[in-house]
Design a protein around this ligand. Structure first.
Ligand code: NAD
Ligand code: DAU
Length: 340
């Protein structure tokens, strides 16, 4: 797995994965195909701009010609698909981009991988495809798919397409499904970075409903290590779940964040619940532990403290996102070069 086409690498998990791969494996080279939507931030990978093992291509995974020409002109060992519309609340406002990128984009990548006989296709998916749990139980790889939001429905559709290409065309594809990630470079619209960023500015932190919904939190580097293990040791046609063994109610994590930040609980503001809000996610990752030799290593409190520290030290990064300035970086960095 030396030459990788990775999509969506300017987002939260993709950029952490690229940093991890290029630091861990000097022989690896990565081409990062990213559309630079609002969630794609080139600044996340600034330190790799002149790295010989890193190439950035601005483009859309639904662009069949572009994807095919990339696969034709490079001999990639693997394709890893991180690119997605990833925020549940946005999918409730407008599901259109979710259908295009998450479903049509995956189909374009699958066809190209099939045509160019790619040896490994890895689809980065989510535990949300399993729907919602009650107070008991865990999602296993056998849990039936029962998505409840347009986001999770589009991810489940993509997973089913991947499955069908394995069965019908023998495509050597693997699906990974992970629980809620946290860590550096997460766009400040998701719970943890939003609440840290708001609290640092003494702004309210909006909890949906009663705050009793439960998520299983995993540090992004543990997820990256899991994807890496699946890429190198996973079996084609298999699904692997990753989770952090760190279940928490939203209100508990909010109180903890405020305590660690030294901010008062009066910042908590209860707001109208998210429609179709899944009650609880929790992952059984024994299969990945047994077959990939992987387990989550970051202890939740330590991971949260590191994350808070990162956001405190990178307030500029958040401010540039909140002001929209980060969107100008592409033109500054690449604008002149395109004319040459
Ligand atoms: P993100 O929203 O931070 O980043 C998504 C990236 O994809 C951005 O760089 C964006 O520009 C790019 N992109 C979007 N549409 C594109 C298109 N049509 N063509 C090319 N690039 C496009 O997302 P994330 O949180 O890093 O999630 C990455 C993947 O991991 C997604 O597939 C998501 O479903 C999955 N996942 C996320 C979590 C989580 O907690 N964040 C958990 C499990 C799985
Ligand atoms: O489980 C994996 C999924 O985790 C990924 O597939 C998604 O891409 C990722 O966005 C995340 O989905 P969630 O909807 O669980 O994450 P989010 O951070 O949006 O919300 C976490 C919980 O916090 C959820 O119960 C909703 C709640 N919430 C969220 C926000 C943004 C609030 O109470 N207030 C908020 O402002």
């Amino acid at each position: 797995m030396k030459k990788i086409l990775l999509t969506g690498g300017c987002g939260f998990i993709g950029s952490n994965f690229i940093r991890y791969q290029l630091s861990e494996y000097p022989e690896v080279s990565i081409t990062n195909l990213d559309k630079l939507t609002y969630a794609g931030n080139l600044e996340n990978l600034k330190e790799f701009e002149s790295h010989s093992g890193y190439t950035f291509v601005k483009g859309d995974i639904t662009d069949q010609d572009l994807v095919n020409s990339l696969l034709k002109s490079n001999r990639f060992d693997a394709v890893i698909n991180f690119a997605a519309e990833s925020h549940v609340d946005r999918s409730i406002l407008d599901s259109g981009p979710f259908i295009q990128t998450n479903i049509v984009g995956t189909q374009v990548l699958l066809d190209a991988a099939r045509n160019h006989k790619i040896e490994r296709f890895l689809q980065v998916s989510t535990d949300e495809v399993y729907g919602s749990l009650g107070a008991e139980g865990l999602f296993t790889e056998q849990t039936p798919l029962a998505p409840n939001s347009p986001y999770s429905a589009s991810k489940a559709a993509a997973d089913l397409l991947v499955r069908s290409y394995v069965k019908t065309f023998d495509l050597p594809a693997i699906i990974t499904r992970c629980s809620n990630n946290y860590g550096p470079y997460q766009f400040p619209e998701k719970l943890i970075p939003l609440f840290i960023s708001n609290a640092l500015e003494d702004q309210p932190v909006p909890i949906y409903g009663e705050g009793k919904n439960v998520r299983d939190w995993i540090h992004v580097l543990d997820h990256c290590r899991g994807i890496d293990a699946a890429l190198r040791k996973g079996e084609a046609g298999q699904v692997y779940n990753f989770g952090g063994n760190a279940e928490m109610q939203n209100i508990e994590i909010t109180r903890l964040l405020l305590k660690l930040l030294g901010k008062p609980e009066t910042l908590i503001q209860y707001v109208t619940d998210r429609p179709g809000h899944d009650l609880r996610y929790a992952i059984d990752c024994r299969k990945a532990e047994a077959e990939l030799g992987w387990k989550p290593e970051m202890e939740f409190h330590a991971g949260l403290e590191n994350t808070i520290k990162w956001y405190q030290e990178n307030r500029d990064w958040v401010n540039r996102i909140r002001s929209g300035k980060y969107l100008q970086y592409y033109d500054q960095q690449y604008g002149n070069r395109l004319n040459n």
